[in-house]
Design a binder for this molecule. Structure first.
Ligand SMILES: O=C(O)CCC(=O)C(=O)O
Ligand SMILES: [Fe+2]
Length: 945
């Protein structure tokens, strides 16, 4: 065996000064950064990579492992094997760390090669072909029938139906005298819902300034007075957070964000730079001293002058910077904040260099609050809470922990400490501040054995486009480097990862002095090689970096999202009402009131998030999407017409014949038309909740049949890592992590849309109920809009709807899914910052279960009637879903959810403040024996298109 030192090649340059330790002066200097570049990068900037290019890139490492003359297929196979090993290193959660893993690796070399060979051949026979992506297949056409509605009005109608509208609220000045077209109104409405600058306050509003000072920590002060949604943040542990940005580039970028929001355009780069910049210059020209009386202009006077500049400039800015003046929509609240921002800009020019603002950050509750006093049982009690059961290991994580906790509910007991975790991995984000695209490689160490033993593996993580980012899971000590995309041998920069610096910048000009940088950028600008657009894109990252520093200081967490960004949980603010069903004390659990009808008007518009205040907390859900207890004959795929409300109702009644509110004599409701589901909290940080018996045995078997090919339809392929392979958003290069790291995931998988199968459709509806979101948001919305060109087989999960197709996964013995995050990194240019915010994981096979001739036999039935020889048919062992970073008072290894057939878990990949939750990292642990089937459903927020 190699020793671990070999895993990390020598540390490269630029590892230490790229991240948080840059002072304001640096930021200011960075504003003028650029890079000499003859290519016109702005050409085709929005084109995005096409899939073919990515596929080609993903296979390029094969040349690195050449040397032996082999046929192309075999060469590719070698590449795959090495990439797999390397990626498995990179993402390995394996408890014993490298040493164990490498030991296993060399032991398993032969079987690995064999299994890859067979996979490779089966994959190459599939349509996607070698190197193809397991991207979600295009959706069958299915959406509410809107034929009768004029195309221009459809989106509006739909949004109104879905409750994302609100165009008629009177908080907005409609200065264009009614010229607003319907589509413009809709765009603006969507913009209002998802404006990136929402939640940013630069000046206290009149209403709030009287009640609290700027640093009081009160959420109330966050409200701008055209809404009062902040009440809904109660219980989300969001507290106000001040941030400080350098005057430049901060204000310019924020100014643009405001304008983009006001204009309803998708990105700050759509706001014409020249026109919006002029306003800052005019502000700079406001004299410090009044000409008439030599007095210093006071703030009010300054504000007034800025206001008149805005008033005189804005209409022309807007008409010149958007395609149609009908998009003009400048809200009073927006204008006020814009004014404040500009005022800060003007003041900072006189008195300092920073811009001060306020936003919200999630304050993670103390670990001692994760346990309820009234849950503490005498130690003789083996079951500690309602969520414990003999079949779920979650119980093991609860008991014991409770006993050590004392203190009042909601009052942190700081003597209780979080157990230190054995797992050290985390998410890292690489940001490319160069005007050139770069390729990011992981230096994977030496191959431990096999034909290439001793060779250093270099694994392409992906192409990081100029002014974009890429994310990956990593460990301290891992080494990465970037190269130009056209020359893999030219290392531009190398990093060795430490937990202190998870956000890494590739900035070619970071070594220059401030003066040099300014000169350089001036020169580039003069020569026309550096565009306004690039500058703003770069500045946007610098603003993000500034904010990220403050966020880190305030919260102790890395800022993995992009600032500014809309607070998605604002939509979850609806939860303020939904949460009535949550238990507060143990005795409340007996109270049926905690269940509420899912049809009740409190359906979140999106992004609802169940509280996870303490382990064992429960939330009740009532659903009318009952269990299937038998299957209808001849299930067809649904068509768009099947979603017409009348047809839908008919189908609903028809399906009732095959459904029940319980199974095997176990009724879960007295009412035959609804049934109850209970979500119980397994982990507070990250938020993981479990719903037992979410699926009936008939449904489980049906999904297994789909996954095993018994019913056709689902093509199972070797699984690929991460959403980046699925979400080929042309404008979102950040999602384009290539397939080369896919091999940390050795399961086989396939996709099924809800429209393809009536049972699956019902399961999606039930999932919507479980998440307290509107099922209609999970339908394909976009395909009703012919103006949206989806291309041949494009599939934009966040653009079409907030849910991806269901992903069915099958693991055989030895197969794993190494620790990873389900979230993805949206482009910094994406105004909506869509996120895969929730994961619903359905367990089809459970511990001890056997699949015999394709039929699931649950371990319970095995032991009851001994007619199956459990020794011949090894039941499922291992394969838990491990959250290795779950914070508890007493478990070093996080929380392991043991599969149990029919159960579901829900976990949130983002925090209530919209940042990614790094702690949501999880793995599919190694299957020791038997077969593990699971199904994933990923839910996004917000819907964008
Ligand atoms: O198999 C599991 O338990 C986890 C699967 C998973 O995390 C994923 O597919 O993203
Ligand atoms: Fe996952």
């Amino acid at each position: 065996m190699e020793d671990d030192d070999d895993v990390h090649p020598s540390e490269g340059p630029g590892t230490s000064d790229e991240s948080y330790d840059c002072d304001e002066g640096d930021e200011y200097d960075d504003y003028y950064d650029g890079e000499c570049d003859d290519d016109d990068h702005d050409e085709g900037y929005d084109e995005g990579d096409d899939g073919d290019r990515r596929v080609a890139r993903a296979t390029t490492p094969s040349t690195k492992y050449g040397g032996v003359v082999v046929g192309e297929a075999r060469q590719h196979l070698f590449a795959m094997i090495f990439a797999m090993i390397a990626a498995a290193y990179a993402h390995s959660s394996l408890r014993g760390g490298y040493a164990t893993w490498r030991e296993e690796l060399s032991r398993d070399w032969t079987s690995l090669t064999t299994s890859l060979a067979s996979r490779s051949s089966s994959r190459s026979s599939s349509k996607a072909g070698v190197g193809g992506y397991a991207r979600t297949p295009p959706s069958p056409y299915a959406a509410p029938s809107m034929d009768a509605i004029p195309v221009a009005d459809r989106r509006l109608v739909l949004e109104r139906a879905l409750g994302v509208g609100g165009v008629d609220d009177d908080d907005h000045d409609h200065d264009d005298g009614g010229r607003r077209a319907t589509t413009a109104a809709t765009t603006a409405t969507r913009g209002e819902d998802f404006r990136r600058t929402r939640g940013l306050i630069f000046c206290a509003t009149p209403a709030s300034s009287s009640s609290s000072s700027s640093s009081s920590g009160s959420i109330g002060m966050m409200a701008d007075d055209d809404n009062d949604y902040h009440d809904d943040f109660d219980g989300l542990h969001l507290t106000s957070m001040e941030f400080v940005l350098p005057r430049d580039p901060g204000v310019r970028v924020l100014h643009r964000h405001y304008l983009a929001d006001e204009l309803g355009v998708d990105s700050i780069v759509d706001v014409d730079g020249a026109t919006s910049d002029g306003i800052l210059e005019e502000i700079d020209d406001i004299p410090i001293v009044d000409d008439d009386n030599d007095d210093r202009i006071d703030d009010d006077e300054l504000l007034e002058r800025i206001g008149s500049i805005i008033d005189s400039r804005l209409p022309s800015m807007i008409s010149s910077s958007s395609s149609s003046s009908s998009r003009y929509r400048y809200s009073r609240a927006g204008r006020r904040q814009h004014l404040c921002l500009l005022r800060q800009y003007a003041l900072s020019g006189r008195s300092g260099r920073s811009i001060r603002g306020t936003t919200m950050a999630y304050d993670r509750p103390h670990v001692s609050t994760y346990y309820r006093v009234d849950d503490v049982r005498p130690s003789s009690s083996s079951s500690s809470s309602s969520s414990s059961s003999s079949s779920s290991s979650s119980s093991k994580d609860h008991d014991g922990g409770l006993a050590v906790i004392s203190g009042r509910v909601g009052q942190p007991n700081h003597k209780v400490l979080p157990a230190s975790l054995s797992f050290t991995g985390f998410a890292a984000k690489f940001i490319n501040l160069s005007v050139n695209d770069v390729d990011l490689y992981w230096d994977g160490g030496r191959v431990p054995s096999g034909p290439k033993a001793g060779e250093i593996l270099t694994v392409l993580v992906g192409t990081v486009r100029s002014m974009e980012s890429i994310g990956t899971s990593t460990f301290p000590g891992h080494s990465f480097h970037v190269t130009p995309t056209y020359d893999a041998d030219h290392v531009l920069q190398r990093w060795t990862i430490t937990g202190d610096e998870p956000i890494l910048y590739h900035d070619p000009l970071s070594d220059m002095s401030a003066v040099e940088r300014i000169r350089e950028i001036d020169r580039l600008t003069r020569e026309g090689k550096w565009t306004e657009r690039r500058r703003f894109e770069r500045d946007a990252w610098l603003v993000d970096r500034s904010f990220g520093r403050d966020y880190l200081v305030k919260t102790g967490r890395a800022w993995l999202a992009n600032f500014p960004q809309p607070y998605h949980s604002r939509q979850g603010g609806e939860m303020g009402r939904a949460v009535v069903s949550t238990t507060t004390t143990a005795s409340d659990r007996a109270d049926d009131d905690r269940y509420y009808p899912s049809e009740a008007g409190a359906k979140a518009r999106g992004g609802h998030m169940w509280p996870a205040e303490y382990i064992g907390q429960t939330h009740g859900v009532v659903t009318s999407n009952l269990y299937y207890t038998s299957l209808p004959e001849g299930l067809g795929r649904l068509t768009r017409d099947d979603y017409h409300p009348v047809v839908e109702e008919e189908r609903f009644m028809e399906m009732r014949k095959f459904q029940s509110s319980g199974f095997k004599g176990k009724k879960v409701d007295n009412d035959d038309s609804t049934m109850k589901l209970t979500l119980s909290v397994l982990s507070c940080a990250p938020r993981v909740l479990e719903a037992k018996d979410f699926l009936s045995p008939v449904e489980v078997q049906h999904l297994i049949d789909l996954a095993s090919g018994a019913k056709g339809g689902v093509i199972m392929k070797r699984s690929k890592v991460s959403a980046s392979n699925i979400n080929d958003d042309e404008n979102d290069s950040s999602r384009k992590v290539t397939g080369s790291k896919a091999d940390a995931r050795s399961s086989t998988g396939g996709w099924i849309h809800r429209e393809e199968d009536v049972i699956v459709d019902t399961i999606f509806r039930r999932i919507a109920d479980l998440l307290n979101i509107d099922e209609r948001r999970m339908r394909d919305l976009v395909q009703d809009f012919p103006e949206v060109d989806l291309g041949e087989d494009e599939w934009h999960p966040t653009h079409d709807r907030i849910v991806e197709a269901m992903q069915l996964l099958r693991y055989e013995p030895g197969e794993v899914y190494a620790p990873h995050h389900d979230f993805t990194y949206p482009s910094n240019k994406n105004r909506y910052q869509p996120k895969r915010y929730a994961t619903v994981l359905l367990y089809l096979t459970g511990e001890g279960d056997v699949i015999e001739n394709g039929v699931l036999r649950r371990s319970a039935s095995l032991s009851k009637n001994g007619n199956i020889d459990a020794r011949k048919e090894a039941g499922l062992q291992g394969g838990g879903t491990l959250f290795p970073r779950a914070i508890t008072a007493n478990h070093h290894d996080g929380i392991n959810v043991v599969p149990q057939s029919g159960n579901a878990i829900v976990f949130y990949n983002v925090l209530p403040d919209g940042n990614m939750d790094d702690l949501s990292q999880h793995s599919g642990e190694k299957v020791e024996e038997g077969v593990k089937y699971v199904a994933n459903v990923w839910v996004w927020d917000p819907i964008v298109n």
